[in-house]
Write a protein that binds this ligand. Structure first.
Ligand code: G1P
Ligand code: ZN
Length: 541
């Protein structure tokens, strides 16, 4: 088979955001659209020629067609070997692990994460670099520049490819290896966690439910939780991957995981619940009567890490994204280890992980992980919690409440404001930026602003700089508000407002009432009513 050179013209909307390129399926279906973007990636990552790449996705609509195109394009661009998850499936963390095990020079995860799927839904591509982490901002910018100037791409002619049978075939000069998507990942989990202890827990009266939301993690949960750990099959919900995720958003939050949440409201609730998103990198942890806030989850895992085999020797350091609650900062201070504050987006943890400066990291957006891969990892977080429960005599709720008593509690909420017109979002941020310097010293409803800035980050490892990563407003009593625009939406704009208030007493109760006052202040400071007519958030998580 000979590579063809196909003439093309640039599209102007191929800028990858916080987590790759994410667009409506119909956008990806335009002739040359996918090919252009992929060719731009291959042009900017010449190290993939002659090397190994890893390919898989979350199983959403268009996954198979996209993988077919990607393999033909990779072969025409001189890739030596492509490892493909059987059926085109690979979770984001499993892909990162495969890349590391096989010293792959590149990786492609075809996913729009927790966004809806199906013909009317979203599709996306994350491209990863050697080491198994997401492309840097610089690389992403280079790919965008390339996509704006592209004139041709190289590809093998259309051909059906069988990716449903484990085995090897050749495509042009490239070897395609179809591999089990789960096995290596399951083995990694077995190395990190005390499976014997969790098996005993599973055999006891302890009950749990894991909701895969019809995303990619069903087969992973089946292999690990059911087959290896012995939880009954009924512990899994929505465990078959579906191209449209059953019509819902594969997003592990109380709203989209409402079937799971419903089990936890009445009597007879399971002892523990968890959910993961479409591509398996996010997690939500629930216990009877409460949902563990992701910032708290990171803090609890960090504080108790040495009780888990994989982290027995302690943590080199921890990191969190800027908007994430500062609960983990207090743990780091108590453990006397470094704590880094990075911009939003998992790729900013990559250098710190590679350099061995951090062991655990997390984001408020239901993302937690460690140095075992270079992506966030949903099932890993679930196993970490199960290991902590199995290792002691405390339930998830007790672990959390004890943590609050010891370190105090960081009440946290994210308020999202959806704006149909993209420009409105830019207006809000621009106006806030202009007023930011004058905020310090001002008082809002009894709270004094002690510091306000536009967050800029200098990577401690390579010195690269990232400006305009969100605005922070800090108050004298330990309250904080952060503002930024989402980088993952496919239409309009979403303003994210992050609210945090520290309570040294570690009181119980819902975050909502504790943050009401701060929510009103956040609208006043950003003049949401005046600029965009907004007086309440579209969604609170
Ligand atoms: C969102 C989250 C961010 C996460 C990203 C990819 O990005 O806020 O923490 O890394 O999805 O999962 P955003 O839409 O806010 O740019
Ligand atoms: Zn995801």
């Amino acid at each position: 088979m000979h590579a063809q050179v196909v003439a093309t013209r640039p599209f102007d909307d191929q800028k990858a955001g916080t987590a790759g390129l994410r667009k409506r399926v119909s956008v990806f279906q335009q002739p040359h659209y996918l090919e252009n973007f992929l060719q731009a990636v291959f042009d900017c990552m010449p190290e993939m020629a002659g090397a190994t790449i890893v390919v898989g996705g979350d199983g959403r609509y268009f996954n198979r067609q996209a993988i077919n195109t990607l393999l033909r394009l990779a072969a025409a661009n001189g890739v030596g070997r492509a490892l493909v998850g059987r059926g085109g499936l690979l979770s984001t963390p499993a892909s990162s692990n495969l890349m590391r095990l096989n010293e792959a020079a590149g990786g492609f995860v075809l996913t729009a994460s927790h966004n809806p799927g199906g013909p009317e839904g979203d599709f996306g591509i994350k491209f990863n670099v050697a080491g198994g982490g997401q492309a840097s901002e610089q690389l992403t910018n280079a790919v965008y520049a390339k996509s704006r100037a592209i004139r041709e791409y190289r590809i093998l002619p259309p051909a059906p490819l069988n990716i449903d049978r484990i085995g090897t075939f050749t495509l042009g000069g490239m070897t395609v290896e179809v591999v089990d998507p789960v096995e290596d990942y399951a083995q990694l989990m077995e190395q990190l966690f005390d499976f014997d202890a969790i098996r005993q827990l599973a055999a006891s009266s302890f009950t749990m439910r894991y909701d895969a939301l019809h995303g990619v993690t069903g087969p992973y949960a089946e292999a690990v939780l059911v087959r290896r750990l012995g939880f009954p099959k009924e512990s899994l919900m929505h465990a078959d991957p579906l191209p449209d995720f059953g019509g819902r958003h594969p997003d592990p939050n109380p709203h989209d995981a409402r079937d799971l949440m419903a089990l936890f409201t009445g009597r007879g609730a399971p002892d523990f619940g968890a959910a993961s998103d479409g591509d398996g990198d996010r997690n939500m942890i629930v216990a009877p009567g409460l949902m563990v806030s992701p910032g708290d989850s990171l803090a609890v895992l960090a504080a108790n890490a040495t009780r888990v085999p994989g982290y027995r020797d302690g943590l080199a350091g921890v990191a969190r994204s800027m908007p994430t609650s500062r609960a983990v900062d207090r743990v780091a201070a108590a453990l006397d280890i470094p704590c880094f504050e990075t911009p939003t987006g998992w790729r900013f943890f990559f250098n710190l992980l590679e350099a061995g400066r951090i062991t655990l990291c997390g984001e408020e957006s239901f993302g937690t992980s460690s140095s075992h891969v270079r992506e966030k990892d949903g099932l890993w977080a679930v196993l970490f919690w199960l290991n902590l429960i199995a290792a002691g005599s405390q339930s998830a709720g007790e672990l959390l409440r004890e943590h609050w008593r010891r370190y105090g509690r960081n009440f946290f909420q994210r308020h999202d404001y959806y704006l149909e017109r993209r420009a409105r979002g830019d207006d809000i941020i621009a106006s806030l930026g202009e007023r930011l310097p004058a905020l310090t010293g001002q008082r809002f409803n009894g709270l004094d602003v002690i510091h306000a800035d536009d967050f800029a980050y200098t990577d401690p490892v390579d010195g690269s700089e990232s400006a305009h990563q969100g605005m922070r407003v800090e108050f004298g009593g330990g309250e904080r508000i952060a503002y930024r625009l989402s980088g993952t939406g496919t239409t309009g704009a979403t303003l994210r407002v992050y609210l945090e208030r520290y309570d040294a007493g570690g009181s119980d109760g819902d975050a909502g009432p504790a943050l009401d006052g701060l929510a009103a202040i956040s609208r006043e400071i950003a003049q949401l009513k005046k600029i965009a007519g907004l007086d309440s958030p579209t969604m609170i998580t």
